[in-house]
Design a protein around this ligand. Sequence first.
Ligand code: PLP
Length: 457
Amino acid sequence: MNKNELGVHVLSPKNCDIDILDNGRTVKDVIDNKIKELGPVDNEEPFYVANLDSMYERHLRWLANLPRVKPFYAVKCNNTAAVLRMMSALDIGFDCASKGEIQTALSLGVTPHKIIYAHTTKPMSHIKYACAHGVDMMTFDNEDELLKMSLCHPKAKLVLRIAVDDSKSLVKLSSKFGARLVSVGKLLERAGELGSEIIGVSFHVGSGCTGGSAFKQAIADARQVFDIANLLGFQMRLLDIGGGFSAIGDFQGKFEEFSVIINEALDEFFPPDCGVQIIAEPGRYYVESAFTLAANVFAKRVIFDEMDEDNGGENSPDRIMMYYLNDGVYGSMSCIVFDPAHSNLEPYLHRVNIKPSRHMRKYRSVIWGPTCDCIDKITDGYWIPELHVGDWLLIDNMGAYSVSVSTDFNSFERAHVYTVVTAETCFRCLPMPILSPVQNLILQSIVYALIILSKSH
Ligand code: PLP
């Protein structure tokens, strides 16, 4: 593992350089500049701009709405170094699903008790790794896993994941994970026989949850399991309400709506004085709006409908534009195929000096990704003004299940991540040395100068 000048572990292989938004610069300015910089050097690779301020705002919103629930960020959702460092700086815990994710969290200096190994089916070698590194909290939902854990990590603190109603969620998880309520008693008895320590219950209502009642029912179900476990003599002290939160597009306002329902259910079934710690495993919620993707139109085809009498002329309604972007379904946009909660992407044109006008002629357009595969289609039947080779398209809200899922199929490069943060946010919540010593020095000088200036007025 590499160490930086401060002796702090830096994450390979993804970059972690952070640009401070000084002099009123915005994310848009950074995108404009990157595109300008890339043009002359013939480097039209796709890139993201990751805005750490967006994650900080989401965190404040979490604290205000769910004060009893400590977030453990789901690393799988976006494992970019700067994202993880930001989470760590905000004192958020980590939900890791594998040895690799645990390694990453530990390399940031995260203490093992702030990690939950939240996967119900784990390779033995990964359980042993967790044991050797003091990561004790882990989930399970079946007897074979109990046996494996009692062999590989006898001191583990186990959290029983239950299957809950996921019918209101776009990404369903209960067909693969979670013990049914009817089997919980037998499973807990077996845990008692093996001498395993059960400390709590977890669930996940599914990603992209559309109905808050799913949380209420799941919390009531968890209470039942607590009661059975308490009767069997286990010291139950942890409830993990999983993920499923989003606050963009159709989910606008849902976070606040769900929070009210969750808080009421917690107060009813797990009142504040009951001695149970409440945690959650949000992924999407924290990062979705933080990333904007910029991709380049590197090729274009105009297709004419053969039945068209106008023979596909300028004015033909059957003239179809096809554009080819340098990022697609095999790269940052696998959500189109795998993530029903985010399958409609709406790329929009980036042009620094041209303002889009309502009067611009629009064409039916198909936007493809770069690979030699027809599944690599970003959007179809999209009515937009004509694009040209060399144009850049932007897509907002690309932080969740994008970077961490992308491949380099056909050897097209994965999008590079440029991270930005305002000085204000940086000073508020990044005491961790995510900046280089030089950047730290510059930042401190700016802040001192501002303090002196404000005092002199
Ligand atoms: N926890 C577990 C165990 C998961 O499987 C997932 C997503 O699949 C998450 C947390 C994160 O869910 P979300 O991104 O909906 O918050």
